[in-house]
Design a protein around this ligand. Structure first.
Ligand code: ZN
Length: 134
């Protein structure tokens, strides 16, 4: 397992990216819209990991709701796992609260699933499997 990315909720990617590009010197590897989650995503590689800037594409997007409640900031951390189906089964067996009991397709076309923050000390955790063979 490794840390794949940190997800950061922002009001505007175009605004937020100025800090990450100009002040920190990172660059945007790509942007995409994930319709299913009503977000636009910009990925900025940092070492082996990435920062994922998340902007709502609609007022009922989970990111819009998050920003309304808590303001912009760290939204989730994403951990890469070898086998997301096996990991979800393991977590279920351990009594962990899952938002997604089955994987769905996230950014980059990868299989993802979210773990409920009440099982992880208040941190929303995204699991991702990079080689989707299922
Ligand atoms: Zn993410």
């Amino acid at each position: 397992m490794k840390l794949d990315h940190l997800g950061i909720a922002v009001k505007s990617i175009d605004e937020a990216v100025k800090f990450y590009q100009q002040a920190l010197g990172l660059s945007v590897a790509g942007t995409e819209t994930v319709q299913d989650q009503k977000v636009r995503v910009a990925m900025l590689p940092i070492g082996e990991s990435r920062l994922e800037l998340l902007e709502a594409t609609s007022s009922d997007s989970p990111i819009a709701k998050f920003i309304d409640k808590r303001g912009p900031g760290i939204h989730h951390i994403c951990i890469e796992v070898e086998d997301i189906y096996a990991k979800l089964d393991e977590l279920k067996a351990a009594g962990v609260d899952l938002i997604d009991s089955k994987p769905r397709i996230g950014a980059g076309g990868h299989l993802i699933a979210f773990v409920h923050p009440k099982s992880s000390s208040g941190v929303l955790i995204e699991l991702v499997q990079k080689e989707a063979e299922h």
